[in-house]
Design a protein. Sequence first.
Length: 353
Amino acid sequence: MLKFTSVRNGLRLTKGAITHLKRNGINTPQKAEALDIVDVTRGTINTRIFTFRDKDNYLLKRLKIDENSESGVKNVQARFYEYLGESGDKRRLNRVSAYDFGENNKCKNFINWDFYYPYNTSSVWFSRRTKDGAVNNFPKTSDYLEDASGFRVKPISIAEFLDIEKTLGRKCIVDEPWTLNQTITTNIAATDCIRECTAVGIVGKKGITLNHLNPNNPQNRDITEIEKALKEQIEYQGKDAKAFMLGSVEIDTPSNIQFWGLRKILEKTGIPFSVYKTGDSTVQEFINTLPRGLALVKQIKNGLMTPFYLHSSQHIVCSGNEIKVANLIIDKELARGNRNAADMIKKSFAEIV
């Protein structure tokens, strides 16, 4: 028989209440302002459910504790909710994480949902991960463009890029401030926001060495230092090494200078390499796809759009001979049903060599 022994809704989370909860092993999430507690008994199982909410009544955390009154064994289910935006009643879910804990507080199972909201569609892209694998509803193509150097360049959605990036450790991501100090060598590598910058990948027997070089960072001004580093990377990757360059625009003078300098370095080494230059016209296409002015500010502030979609630049994931590319043009084309990889890649760059 199910018996509700206690129901307490809308309890204020004072400092004293938070301290009391912590002493009993219950952590209060940040921004929580109200708490509901429900006590239920079914036979020998006593269940207590804690539900934390923020000032807008959004659910932040739900904790369900089942305790066997005879054995004392506890099972805990914890679920956490994250949202886009700052405040208001229109915010969308960003992530939901659920965990099951058994004896000795050991995690038995988990489920993570991630949600992505582009600016140009009413669709919601999501992925769901468990210990047994992952599923998602991202728009995809199985097609790819194979270039003269043997690289298979595949367009992917921004949602897919973000999802892949979340599965990679920090050692597999080239991040800011984008100098030689951030260069990595690994089997799979990713980097984002390539606009004025140029990414250079050296592929060979050691996987991929990925550089992301910001032309406006003073640490990248010494082209002789960069040339030395690239030659060392090529030697490290072995006699069958090959390379690609991706990024850069003409309107930013240091960007253009750096791009041509890097191109000359690769030409001098004699290894096969491919060129994917973004160019001014492509960046303008990126910008043209975004909402303008107050409409954009409203979408971000109210949590209606994933902020990463603001980046009018290239994002890549590289492994072996495969380069996955995500950008605003590809996202728009995939959403409208385009599955022609060559078409999307050609629309994404002003120059491909």
